[in-house]
Structure formats: structure tokens, C-alpha cells
Ligand binder design. Structure first.
Ligand code: FHN
Length: 481
């Protein structure tokens, strides 16, 4: 009876492409369906098992490279000799640069130092499993060969090469996945594209040049959707991710539905929660922060910069330490998320040296300790990540989360990993053990020499060397049954 009913509901969901009914969780077999959008997306139709299969590589990956690269790397934070405050890729908006002046940058863009092999090799050496690059950011400049719009790197610059094609070839060769970021809503150089000033998303037509005026739907039909079609069809097996950004209220459910119709033709694609129009997508995307508890029941990916900008800014040297980057990765993995860490190449295509250095260092740690990160499940404990303040509030007026950085934990079927940041001396004590531990060893110790353990009443003492073998994070493995 149960099977029969489920089959009927499945069929109904698969063949309903408009006006979806509001269906709650169906006997645990299907993902919750949202009623508010007109075209059913893959997430509305697939079973939990189909979703697990579609998300499998992404969940295993845990660590990816974000690349913000475009014309904004030429001014690199300065316009007419003045420092322009804000993030580098927003310079056109923040300095209210006229469309014609910004477009003129294309004739100077000749990033001859760009080397797709080296960038993919860098990601690989960092232990990253996928790359997501800005195919088009809010400035409207396409970093790929586009027949739909001539404002692109092949047609409008002396470079005449398609970096996305070159990256796709290298990702294929070096075994990484490739995704494309596409600013579907904001476009500051196309008539009708949305534009809002920082912090003012409710006024998307906050234009500063008449050349930007126009109709949003026409922009979508003549530029954004044709370009997305190009991106989805011209790179063989890639992209595996489409990373949308900054939806405004102009992205109505009906317009977003047109994009979803296109996405539905690529059933293995993963796309984020930033399309707009009421679509939840596959992934939550906390930006520049790590949520206190992750998003239980949802896939999520924290995207972060290494300094204070996504797109290259020559004066931004405020790079986070390798320790911070690595502990962020561990923190995120312990809460079941992915870390999408950004690089911002300069106008010649060079990746800034401090970014290369840090990525190599993170990669060295992962080469030894990756087992504790890739494909793992969240912590079985929880309080180690920190606690909510009883007195202080965050920006939204909710109790402020105060992280602790002593240790984290990740899990696999038969192991608990303890990533220790603050060395506790010669004993690590754990209460409320959810599994029985059979043995323990240091992950970096190739001989897996057993660490002495003492268990009683659900707690354990693990004997450790007197000083931290790894100053950033030492991983203790507990074999469990
Ligand atoms: O406005 C963008 C910003 O430039 C950058 O691309 C980030 C990356 O997540 N997303 C937007 C802000 O949320």
C-alpha cells in the first residue's frame, strides 16, 4: 500500500511542471516540495536516493576553489588615482563608473600570464576537489566565448582566449570538477540588468548611467539566458555547478522558472540557493562566516575570501593565516559543510603569491590528514564548537555565537576523528562518547602506534605526546564499533 501511494505521488511529481501542490515530506522518501514557484525544479521532483546520488561527489569533496577574475582586476581597487573603498569586483558600482568607460577596460585586458594548468594544479595541490570561476560577474563582462553578447574576453580583448575552455580541459586532465559562477540578475553594463548600491538590494534599478536603463525581462531573454545556455552546452561534461548570485525582487518566480527549465535539461547539475524567484536550490551559501551549527538537513558551502576582497585589489594585503584557513576548513567539515575558498588573480592572470603559499600549506596538511575531512560526517559531539552568549546579541538581535577553538571532530562509519587545535597536555578527555572505542592513534603516524586509552562510564582518556605534533591541528583517530 505504501509503495503504491509513493509511486503515484512520485509520478505526479515527475509529470507536474507547473503549479506544484504544497506537499510536505512524503513518507520520508521525497524531499519537501515548495509550492511557491511555477516550474518544478529537480529538487522538487527527485527522491532522496536520487538526490544523494546527485550530491555524492560534492559531499565527498568538502573543499573547493572559488575564482573571482575579470576586468576589475585592471583598476585593482583604484579609479583615476583614488582608492575606491569596498571589494575589488564592485569598483564599477562603488565608483559609479560610466558604462562606456568600464567597457573600455576590455581593450587593455591581456592576461598573458594566465595558465589554466597551473591554477588547476594549485587547487589540486591544496587538496581542493573542484573549482568555481566567475563566468560573468555583476559587471556583465563574460570571461568566456559568447556569441550571445560581444562584451566578452574572446571578442572584446586582445587576449582572444577562453579561460573557461582552458580550465575545463585542465580540470578534465587533472581530475577536478568545474563549476561556473553566473550573475544572473545584476548586470551593470547590459540595459535592463539589475544594479543596486551596496546594502540596498530593494532598489535594483539604482542605475548611475542611462545606458543601464531597460527592461529586466528583456535583459534576461537576450543576454543572461542565452549565455547560460552557452555555458551549459559548450564545455562538454562541465559545468557540474552553476553558482548564482545576488537575486533581487526582479527575478520573479516566472522568470526564474524559465531559468529552471533550462537547468532541468542538465539533471546532474548542482545549483545554489541564490537563483531567486523562491527556488531553494541545492545548497545554502553562508558568505564570509561559518554558521554556528551548520544547516542540519541541508547541503551547505561557506564561501570566503583569503584577504578582504574577492576580485583582485592591489593594496589588500590583509591575508588570513594558514592556521585560520585550515581551522575554518576543519570547523566547516565538522558541521557537514564545504569550504569554497577564493583566489583573485591579477590583470595578467597571476595568482597573488600569499594565496599560493597558503594553499600549498593547507595542501600539505590535507595530504597527511585528508582522511579526517573528505567524505566525513559531522561531529557526534557539538559543544566543542562554542556556545551562544547569554548576554550578547548578534547583528540580527539573536544570542551571539561565541566559537571556541580547542578542538573539532568529524566522523566516518567506524571512526571518530578529533582535530586538536589547543594541545591539552598529556591526556585528552572526552565525555559522552556515543560509540565504544576500540583503539586510538595519530593520523600522521604512519605506523599507527596505538595511543593508550582508558574508558569508563561513557568517557575516555587518550594518552598523548607531551607537545603538539602539529601546531595547527593534530588528528587523533578513534576506531569505533
Ligand atoms: O556581490 C557578490 C560579491 O561580489 C561576491 O561575488 C560574493 C561571493 O559570494 N557574492 C556577492 C555578495 O553576496
Amino acid at each position: 500500500m505504501k509503495t503504491h501511494r509513493s509511486a503515484l505521488v512520485t509520478a505526479a511529481l515527475l509529470f507536474t511542471s507547473y503549479a506544484l501542490p504544497s506537499v510536505a515530506q512524503i513518507e520520508g522518501e521525497h524531499i519537501k516540495v515548495s509550492a511557491s514557484h511555477p516550474v518544478a525544479a529537480i529538487q522538487d521532483k527527485e527522491s532522496v536516493a536520487q538526490r544523494d546520488a546527485r550530491m555524492a561527489w560534492w559531499r565527498e569533496a568538502r573543499f573547493g576553489m572559488f575564482i573571482h577574475w575579470g576586468l576589475y582586476s585592471i583598476p585593482a581597487g583604484k579609479w583615476h588615482g583614488k582608492d575606491i573603498p569596498g571589494i575589488g569586483e564592485w569598483i564599477m558600482n562603488n565608483a559609479s563608473i560610466p558604462v562606456a568607460d568600464y567597457k573600455a577596460l576590455a581593450s587593455q585586458f591581456n592576461p598573458t600570464a594566465f595558465n589554466a594548468h597551473d591554477i588547476v594544479a594549485l587547487a589540486k595541490s591544496a587538496g581542493m576537489k573542484y573549482v568555481v570561476i566567475t563566468a560573468k560577474h555583476h559587471d556583465g563582462f563574460a570571461m568566456f566565448d559568447s556569441k550571445a553578447d560581444p562584451f566578452n574576453i574572446v571578442a572584446a580583448t586582445p587576449f582572444h582566449r577562453d579561460p573557461l575552455r582552458e580550465l575545463a580541459e585542465e580540470c578534465r586532465k587533472q581530475g577536478l570538477k568545474l563549476g561556473f559562477y553566473y550573475s544572473q540578475d545584476q548586470d551593470w553594463t547590459a540595459p535592463g540588468g539589475a544594479a543596486y548600491k551596496t546594502g540596498n538590494r530593494n532598489q535594483p534599478f539604482n542605475h548611475w548611467d542611462k545606458a543601464q536603463d531597460g527592461d529586466f525581462a528583456s535583459y534576461l531573454h537576450t543576454k543572461a539566458i542565452p549565455q547560460m545556455k552557452e555555458l551549459l552546452t559548450n564545455y562538454k561534461d562541465y559545468p557540474v555547478v552553476i553558482w548564482f548570485d545576488t537575486p533581487t525582487k526582479d527575478m520573479t518566480p516566472a522568470l526564474a522558472g524559465e531559468i529552471v527549465t533550462l537547468l532541468n535539461q542538465h539533471p546532474n547539475l548542482i545549483w545554489n540557493n541564490r537563483l531567486g524567484g523562491g527556488y531553494k536550490g541545492d545548497t545554502e551559501t553562508p558568505e564570509q562566516f561559518i554558521p554556528a551549527k551548520g544547516y542540519p538537513g541541508r547541503d551547505w558551502e561557506a564561501c570566503m575570501t583569503m584577504n578582504d576582497t574577492w576580485g583582485y585589489k592591489s593594496d589588500d594585503k590583509n591575508f588570513k593565516s594558514t592556521q585560520t584557513l585550515l581551522r575554518n576548513l576543519i570547523d566547516i567539515a565538522s558541521k557537514g559543510g564545504n569550504y569554497l575558498l577564493n583566489i583573485g588573480p591579477d590583470s595578467k592572470g597571476n595568482v597573488p603569491e600569499p594565496e599560493i603559499e597558503r594553499l600549498h600549506e593547507v595542501g600539505k596538511w590535507l595530504a597527511v590528514n585528508g582522511e579526517a575531512i573528505y567524505g566525513t560526517h559531522p561531529t557526534l559531539f557539538g559543544p566543542e564548537a562554542g556556545s551562544f552568549s547569554t548576554t550578547e546579541k548578534d547583528k540580527e538581535g539573536k544570542p551571539k555565537f561565541e566559537p571556541e577553538w580547542k578542538w573539532r571532530s568529524t566522523t566516518s562509519a567506524h571512526k571518530i576523528y578529533l582535530e586538536i587545535f589547543t594541545w591539552p597536555g598529556t591526556t585528552f578527555h572526552l565525555n559522552k562518547l556515543p560509540r565504544t572505542v576500540t583503539s586510538a592513534y595519530l593520523l600522521a603516524d604512519k605506523s599507527m602506534k596505538p595511543l593508550k586509552i582508558t574508558q569508563s562510564n561513557g568517557s575516555i582518556d587518550i594518552a598523548l605526546p607531551s607537545s603538539a605534533p602539529d601546531p595547527i591541528a593534530t588528528v587523533v583517530v578513534l576506531n569505533t564499533k
